[in-house]
Design a protein around this ligand. Structure first.
Ligand code: TA6
Length: 321
């Protein structure tokens, strides 16, 4: 079972437009609403893959009711803390003329200390019932910046694997609690290292430093270039087949879901890398965020290539022990 944490749940609104123009009236051709926020995308993808999921976090107001209604329709078990205010909307503008995606992410509602305490208390019970925990996305307003650290520590104290998908200071703080895995993209790795224009070797060195600090797996998503994963065995390069990309929003969340499923099913790491990458690619083939078609994923799976490009001993060359 996977426990997903979405502290800043959202209604994801996708607007399809033709030739988006700033300072003009842009008529929307098609719009769709889904329960979103990274953790709820992880929940939906894991549920499609056949994994039992329970989702927790904060929701509020009519928007919060809508989010709960949507995830219950998707048969996703949930235990959200209801707070005052309205859950946010995250807008994804999909320009079919210029093939661009532009996102507007609201900051989210305000969560007071007592609601945060209530969540931590419930989380400690939920963690006992799961195999893997995923903690994803931004924090709502008022949230303690150390809350991800606390959630990671509680999961580890309960002997559970825990994946964090966050950015900036939140990711930096989370790493201090030594999560099982993080999945930064290149910008997030640059922010962690404070370095610009990272070469592949510098990316690997940065990830290796994080692994040395106690994070078991650092999977750097490189978009259509696949993934570079650094762990105790060494460095794996994952390459993915070329596809007709429809919508890449949610690919990172789909990858997190794939990793969580693989860890829950105790798959060998190379199988997890293939499985997670295939789900992420399959998500990009769908207009809907955080969604994939199993048959498409199964066709992609054999086309994923995983290669151990560096062993640990090579990684440690020249490093004082
Ligand atoms: O990764 C895509 C997405 O989950 C969107 O669906 C939207 O909800 C956004 O990210 C939320 O990101 P945030 O980092 O604010 O939680």
């Amino acid at each position: 079972m996977i426990l997903t944490v979405t502290l800043n749940a959202a209604i994801d609104k996708r607007y399809v437009v033709e030739n988006l123009q700033l300072s003009e009236v842009n008529r929307i051709i098609e719009c769709s609403y889904t329960a979103g926020g990274k953790g709820l995308n992880v929940s939906r993808v894991a549920s499609i893959a056949g994994e039992k999921v329970i989702a927790t976090g904060f929701v509020g107001g009519h928007a919060g009711e809508y989010i709960i209604e949507q995830i219950e329709k998707q048969k996703i078990q949930n235990a959200f803390i209801k707070v005052k205010g309205e859950s946010r909307s995250c807008i994804n503008i999909y320009d079919i003329t210029n093939h661009t995606q532009t996102e507007f992410l609201e900051p989210g509602l305000f969560v007071d200390n007592s609601s945060q305490e209530e969540l931590l208390k419930m989380y400690q019970e939920l963690v006992q019932t799961c195999d893997v925990v995923t903690i994803s996305g931004s924090l709502p307003q008022g949230c303690d910046q150390q809350i991800y650290q606390k959630l990671v520590s509680l999961a580890k104290e309960a002997g559970k694997k825990v994946i964090v998908d966050a950015s900036g200071n939140l990711l930096q703080e989370s790493i201090k609690a030594k999560p099982t895995m993080i999945k930064p993209n290149i910008d997030e790795i640059k922010a962690l290292t404070g370095m610009e224009g990272l070469s592949r070797e510098e990316l690997i060195t940065a990830a290796k430093t994080i692994v040395r600090s106690g994070v078991e797996i650092v999977a750097i998503s490189l978009g259509k270039e696949g993934t570079l994963t650094v762990c105790e065995e060494g460095v794996y390069q994952v390459t993915v087949p070329k596809i007709d990309v429809i919508n890449t929003v949610g690919c990172g969340d789909s990858m997190v879901a794939g990793f969580a499923i693989g860890l829950a099913r105790k798959m060998p790491l190379e199988e997890i890398l293939k499985f997670a990458s295939a789900i992420s690619v399959a998500n990009a083939m769908q207009l809907e965020t955080g969604f994939f078609v199993k048959e498409e994923m199964e066709k992609i799976l054999p086309l994923i290539r995983v290669k151990l490009i560096k062993k640990t001993e090579e990684l440690n060359e020249g490093v004082p022990t």
